[in-house]
Design a binder for this molecule. Structure first.
Ligand code: PLP
Length: 474
């Protein structure tokens, strides 16, 4: 072997032979695979030349690393060739607010509004009457006032940004008191203690995980205290021997001490969640009435709109937030404005039950069972032969997702596919790699489809998709 460590890099031909050809690389020919492989190898040779931290002494490991890297690039290139990486998919998981699948599907009006705005220019910051410059999101804010009873509103990029903005604008250099039982981490590294840090505030924890008294808050308030923050513990639930002060008690305490009461509602309820069969929760309106100065929530959780962070409160404070330089950095784009306006309009006009998210959540067990049976029968039909053993239905649970209502059971009926002659995960993978990908639940021995998150218009694509994937495996 030569002394040049670059010689340790295996040849393209050798690597190509090792590369497993799978569904994931469909759409990419051998030529293109070889080309991508060449790129990976060249990158590596260059890295070795600049003496990057690469161990060339273990050829076996180096080869595995190279193959992994090449496989990753080929899969990505294949996905792009097949029509885009971030594309529409069918969510058959039964997780309604599936963060990895974009969280909330939009209603018809919101989809139309985005398409309309995207086709040309838009009245994003113009007052059409006077022709003068207008304020971004003004219509949106009016709808939010109507929907929540708030004096004023502001919308930013997401709820994490909304919380950060409030902390940075009103508590920088000071302290924010949070109940120890509410120091949540929401998926994707949003942690309340970290947000306090980014906003330049010090976190003061009070109470214990399960019990916190008003007197705990009272004893913690000092000259440095800027705010009390109530965080909705959305993705977990502390039950049993628990206690924490009611919002009106905290509001009175905050006012007596001239500090802010902020509530991060997470999901944010415009209507009572009991109307769609979920447990009772304080609505945004009720929080404001109970005396919260500012309430923040997400646009793409239970609300069923686009990704956004909504802030509501009194005019003076919302105006201060609007003028903060950070607000400019986290402002929303015109597509979000259009989609959120359309979504809020359906609440204000009492048409919100037609939105996909409330509709999916409100689906009844009877309706879901009947849809599951029908879907299962269609799949059996499509597969032909004696496949009844392989495709049937079982009872199960859906999930709200998005960290909301972890305790709420959502009974459903699942279509269960137990493939023969192909591993369950392989079948699930080929369903994901279809032109219109189908994302299913995978258990030990079955691929499971939950009709709750499948639109009726998607059922045909599921029958065809499952049919083709199973056929190919036979
Ligand atoms: C989801 C959630 C957030 C983060 O909201 P995003 O819109 O995802 O940024 C913050 N706080 C709580 C309590 C949440 O549930």
């Amino acid at each position: 072997m030569s002394n040049d460590p670059r010689a340790a890099v295996p040849s393209i031909a050798l690597l190509l032979g090792d590369l497993e050809v799978s569904d994931a690389t469909r759409g990419i020919g051998r030529e293109e695979s070889a080309e991508l492989l060449r790129e990976v190898v060249e990158d590596l040779r260059a890295a070795i030349l600049t003496r990057a931290n690469i161990d060339t002494s273990d050829i076996g490991r180096l080869r595995e690393q190279l193959l992994d890297e090449a496989r990753g690039r080929i899969v990505l290139a294949a996905a792009i060739a097949r029509g885009g990486v971030s594309r529409r998919v069918i969510n058959a998981t039964g997780v309604v607010l599936h963060t990895n699948l974009g969280r909330s599907p939009l209603g018809e009006d919101a989809r139309g509004a985005i398409a309309d705005v995207a086709a040309g220019y838009s009245a994003t910051e113009i007052d059409l009457e006077s022709g003068r410059r207008g304020r971004r999101g003004e219509g949106l804010e009016r709808l939010l006032r109507l929907a929540t009873g708030a004096e004023a509103a502001l919308v930013v990029n997401n709820n994490a940004a909304a919380v950060l903005l409030v902390v940075s604008a009103f508590a920088r250099g000071g302290e924010v008191i949070v109940n120890r039982g509410e120091l949540v981490e929401i998926g994707g590294s949003f942690r309340i203690p970290d947000v306090m840090g980014w906003g330049g505030a010090r976190l003061r924890e009070v109470g214990t995980t399960n019990r916190t008294h008003l007197s705990d808050y009272e004893a913690t308030i000092g000259p440095e205290t800027a705010a009390i923050m109530v965080v909705h513990p959305s993705n977990y639930r502390i039950s049993g021997f628990t206690r924490c002060p009611e919002l009106p008690e905290l509001a009175a305490l905050a006012r007596k001490n001239d500090i802010l009461l902020i509530e991060d509602q997470g999901s944010g309820y415009i209507v009572d969640p009991r109307e769609i069969g979920l447990p009772e929760r304080r609505s945004v309106r009720q929080s404001l009435e109970a005396g919260a100065h500012l309430v923040t929530f997400s646009g793409d959780k239970i609300l069923g709109g686009p990704q956004a962070g909504v802030l509501v409160g009194d005019t003076k404070r919302i105006d201060a937030l609007r003028g903060d330089p950070l607000a400019r950095a986290i402002r929303i784009d015109r597509f979000t404005i259009a989609a959120l306006e359309a979504t809020l309009r359906s609440y204000v006009e009492e048409r919100w039950r037609d939105l996909p998210v409330p509709r999916m959540l409100a689906s009844t067990p009877i309706e879901l069972a009947s849809r599951a049976h029908a879907l299962s029968a269609r799949i059996v039909d499509r597969l032909g032969g004696d496949t009844r053993e392989q495709v049937d239905t079982i009872e199960g649970d859906s999930r709200v997702g998005g960290g909301a209502f972890p305790e709420a059971p959502l009974p459903t009926t699942l279509v269960r596919i137990r493939p023969v002659g192909i591993a369950t995960h392989k079948l699930a993978q080929s369903m994901r790699l279809r032109p219109l990908p189908i994302i299913a639940r995978v258990s030990d021995d079955a691929v499971l489809l939950d009709p709750r998150t499948i639109a009726r218009s998607e059922e045909g694509a599921i029958v065809d998709g499952v049919g083709e994937c199973v056929d190919r495996s036979r």
